[in-house]
Design a protein around this ligand. Structure first.
Ligand SMILES: [Zn+2]
Length: 295
């Protein structure tokens, strides 16, 4: 029986996986196409990406459902049943994880702007609820609400996921450095995010995506002064750069791994990567933390 992931993170470091979408593109997913489609069309390729992360040393796998909310799937012109897409994704990840790793059901932004009235809060809640229920039906051990910029949307997702089942909830927002300190694209600062997400019931807080590992260290340091909850950090492999029509990420496994001790010292317990990070990054992180007590 797997331990509760929040408890495990309180007792030691948990290595998470890296980017999923970028790895699926390497397996032939055309740029611009929704990766979630592949949970039904090419489950073996999705499983392969999970396997490469397990082989690299990851103990937490994220499902291929970042864009799996019904609204987002519809925007991507995917007609398949959103419930089925999420359920299958969790089943695929659970099959790879077995008893040796946790599966975090991923919920990302819908792409709808609540303040613009693109979608009502009720409709957004219902969509996230359906997504979370199916992730848990498929066997996910916890839910991660990630890459959020709009606090209101993040809170709707957290509440829906808590309603879906009594499982740990990880909430992560994307902060970037600006003149007024670290804020999300929608202007949310770190203290406000901590206060509101904690009140909504998040068990783990964190930051993911955005820029590279240096910013993650600063953000985790600030988060640590504000909460005693376990903290998650999944930075990108640097800021994406567009060169000759291609997206490049400049932070190599070596560059990022060298800064893992600083990220740990800042106060993170769950460490992985977001866009542009690969199994090679996670393997380098694993090498870096080898001497630490396993949890
Ligand atoms: Zn990302």
């Amino acid at each position: 029986m797997k331990r509760d992931i929040t408890m495990a993170a309180r007792q030691g470091l948990l290595l998470c996986d890296g980017g999923i979408g970028t790895q699926l593109m390497a397996l032939g997913l055309p740029a611009g196409e929704a990766p979630e489609k592949w949970n039904l069309e090419y489950p073996d390729r999705v499983a392969h990406v999970h396997q490469t992360y397990i082989a690299a040393g990851a103990r937490v796998l994220t499902t291929n459902t970042f864009g799996g909310s019904p609204y987002k799937l519809k925007s991507a012109k995917i007609d398949a049943d959103p419930g089925l897409i999420n359920r299958r994704a969790a089943e695929i990840a659970c099959q790879v994880a077995g008893e040796n790793a946790w599966v975090a059901g991923s919920i990302g932004p819908t792409g709808a702007m609540l303040m613009m009235g693109d979608l009502s809060e009720e409709a957004m809640y219902e969509g996230f609820l359906l997504q979370a229920q199916n992730l848990l039906l498929g066997g996910a051990d916890c839910v991660i609400v990630e890459t959020m910029s709009d606090l209101q949307e993040a809170l709707v997702a957290v509440r829906a996921a808590k309603q879906a089942g009594d499982k740990p909830l990880l909430a992560s927002m994307t902060f970037t450095a600006g003149q007024r300190g670290y804020r999300t694209m929608m202007g949310v600062d770190i203290p406000t995010a901590v206060r509101e997400l904690t009140a909504a019931g998040a068990d783990v807080l964190g930051c993911n995506c955005g820029s590279g590992i240096d910013d993650a260290i600063h953000i985790i340091r600030e988060l640590r002064t504000l909460t005693s909850l376990p903290l998650l950090a999944e930075p990108n492999a640097g800021l994406p750069q567009y060169v000759d029509g291609q997206t490049l990420f400049r932070e190599s496994p070596e560059i990022m791994a060298a800064k893992i001790p600083a990220l740990l010292a800042a106060g993170a317990q769950l460490i992985g990567g977001c866009c542009g990070t690969t199994p090679a990054h996670i393997a380098a992180f694993a090498e870096q933390v080898k001497g630490l007590p396993p949890c």
